[in-house]
Design a binder for this molecule. Structure first.
Ligand code: NAD
Ligand code: TYD
Length: 350
């Protein structure tokens, strides 16, 4: 196995921490640098089990800080980048779109430029891996699936910013010959997800007997994937994916929000030893999200056929692991839901 110098951005976040752990544990000969600004979504508590590993270094820093990023590339001479750092929440993007342009578009550009300047067009054995979302494809009707060839048609400021950064990554490939790969993944869930996204938010609210704010009529559909399966897919694409290509990653697991919420309620009642049906009573229909995409559904047959990837757990199993993790990690949950979370929650749901 060749030695590598891998920069993982956003490695203290939800998905990034699972990717960092997998790479640090699996590739002892790689030097893994985790660069993260530790925004509200980044948390070093997600990585305490590997923080002292000899092949791991954490660096606090912002991808939009160009001199800092250039100096970091000079210092470590990264041969590959797995770029996950982003503003990632659609509701926040509706309230503050510019923050999404700064990190997701400008930040990505600064990384691309630093990578290009370091290798001066000699990109042998190099790779820039951009981790992206299925939301760039826009919204599906009741039928159909997103394929790698589906046109981009983003609707939210979040998805528009991710689409833009995907385009720049591809443009650097076409224009400068920079070796890249892009993956577009469906909704992730699992341990360490910040409780602003549907599943951890509702787990936290059920624990605290708070209303479960279902947007609109709840008949919106998402495809859900367990986060560890996403990390496994990233490992596969990083090592075996075709350069200059795109792979869709999904769970083959479509759920209407309201059905998912009811399943979650049932599992929470069991896990908490509460009377059957008690969590469902917390469901509250609230004002819809503006520009709410009706349905996302991924055709993940390319990564399945070409790289042999498929999800390793069923949704019911993954949800149970997730619920158990949140119930066993009360300190983590209490710490991330104190302080600025309260202000966010008031503004979003009052
Ligand atoms: P997250 O919000 O949990 O974590 C993002 C991380 O990026 C945090 O650790 C944060 O501190 C860091 N970060 C933010 N701005 C930064 C900056 N300017 N400089 C350095 N670090 C910064 O996000 P996530 O859910 O783990 O998503 C990770 C990536 O995967 C994102 O690019 C997202 O678009 C993509 N993605 C997410 C999902 C999902 O369901 N969550 C699905 C598909 C793709
Ligand atoms: P979310 O977890 O924010 O992911 P995304 O918007 O990236 O798909 O939302 C998942 C679905 O759940 C989406 O259709 C919006 C809906 N939703 C609610 O109904 N209530 C909520 O409080 C949240 C956060 C989301």
């Amino acid at each position: 196995m060749t030695n590598r110098n891998v920069l993982i951005t956003g490695g203290a976040g939800f998905i990034g921490s699972h990717v960092v752990r997998l790479f640090v544990e699996k590739y002892s000969n790689y030097k893994i640098i985790n660069l993260d600004a530790l925004t509200y979504a980044g948390n070093l508590e997600n990585l305490t089990d590997i923080e002292n590993a000899p092949n791991y270094t954490f660096v606090k820093g912002d991808i939009t800080d160009e001199p800092f990023i250039n100096a970091l590339f000079d210092k470590y001479k990264f041969d590959s980048v797995i770029h996950l750092a982003a503003e990632s929440h659609v509701d926040r993007s509706i309230k503050d779109p510019l923050a999404f342009v700064k990190t997701n578009v400008i930040g990505t550009m600064i990384l691309l430029n630093a990578f290009k300047a370091l290798w001066k067009d000699n990109f042998t054995d190099k790779l820039f891996y951009h981790v992206s979302t299925d939301e760039v494809y826009g919204s599906l009707g009741e039928t159909g699936l997103f394929e790698e060839t589906t046109s981009y048609d983003p609707n939210s400021p979040y998805s528009a910013s991710k689409a833009s950064s995907d385009h720049f990554v591809r443009a650097y490939g076409e224009t400068y010959g920079m070796p890249y790969v892009i993956t577009n993944c469906s909704n992730n869930y699992g341990q360490n997800q910040f409780p602003e996204k549907l599943i951890p938010l509702f787990i936290n609210n059920i624990i605290n007997h708070k209303p479960l704010p279902v947007y609109g009529d709840g008949n919106y559909t998402r495809d859900w994937l367990y986060v560890v399966d996403h990390a496994i897919a990233i490992d596969l694409v990083f090592h075996k994916g075709k350069q200059g290509d795109t792979y869709n990653i999904g769970g083959f697991n479509e759920w209407k929000n309201i059905d998912l919420v009811k399943l979650l309620c049932q599992q929470m009642d069991v896990a908490l030893g509460r009377e059957k049906g008690s969590s469902e009573k917390l469901i509250t229909y609230v004002k819809d999200r503006p520009g709410h995409d009706l349905r996302y559904a991924i055709d993940a047959s390319k990564i399945n056929k070409e790289l042999g990837w498929k999800p390793s757990v069923t949704f019911e199993e993954g949800l149970k692991i997730t619920i158990d993790w949140y119930l066993n990690n009360e300190d983590w949950l209490n710490s991330v839901t104190s302080g600025s979370y309260q202000t966010y929650y008031q503004k979003q749901y009052s």
